[in-house]
Design a protein around this ligand. Sequence first.
Ligand SMILES: [Zn+2]
Ligand SMILES: [Zn+2]
Length: 313
Amino acid sequence: MGTIQDMIWKLENFQRNLQDLGTKTVHIVPDAKGMIDRQCPKNDCQSYFKVNSDDWRNIVKDEEVFCPICRNNSPAKEYMPKAQRKAIVSGIRNLIMDNWHHGTPMSQNIVPIQSMEEFELNIACGNCKTRFSVIGAAFFCPCCGYNSVERTAKEAIEKILLQMQKISSIERSLQSEFTKNQVAVIIKSIVENSLSDCISTLQAYCEARYNHLSSTKAPFNVFQNIERGNKLWIGLKGKGYENWLTKNEYIQLTLFANRRHLLEHKNGLVDTKYLNNTGDRNYKEGDRIIVRESDVSFLGQIINKIINSIENP
Ligand SMILES: [Zn+2]
Ligand SMILES: [Zn+2]
């Protein structure tokens, strides 16, 4: 134990060290692609994403950052991942304790924070050029909140194509958990939902793109109807599905859109309207339509072709 004077010196010294510590910054080491980790602060989301470290410093605003997955917007500082925040707090606590107990100078650096391994999907915003990456799918740019309908639609179709390609392995992994009957029901619903998702993606993409290019708005859900959608594109661009697709692809697209209508509104049961619209001879009234993964894959490719034709005329 020292004198009171010793204690006062120790306290003064400690206070100086603390002030010095307050001026330090924590170094965050980017991953191999130059990205740093961020985490959405919204409780329901908490998704991880990454932003290029230079873009985070130079382009992204302090006051407002968007979550690429849910579009939450909060100040930039709230996007520090929880695990990193914890690591920094415990690093600082250790420096303070070591200084107080052992006189270790606080001037030594706070341990730098390492970023997670790089993510697969790398995106550059079509609007502000900010580079970011995510796992799975992203909808919004963290810097400007821009939603690229083209990118979102392409990613949705990619996801569907991948699911169809992996359907046998999905089936095999389900077999360890469920009965044969349950597996068949689940697989059927995945394939049928994927057909619906393809048409919904076409509708969402075409509506956004058409409304962007045209001075008049497209009628509600018009692009679910292939013939009417085709007419709108021809009216706007002088070309439509007939030009962008082969004759067979155009026929199949119309057929799948009509089958999707049955799945959504008629529980998949064939009615006279469907038969009149499509001339499909494989079914009669009252039959239930069958969707195969090869149908969905073909439809996905057709939609990709449409998107590419509209984006790169
Ligand atoms: Zn979020
Ligand atoms: Zn942007």
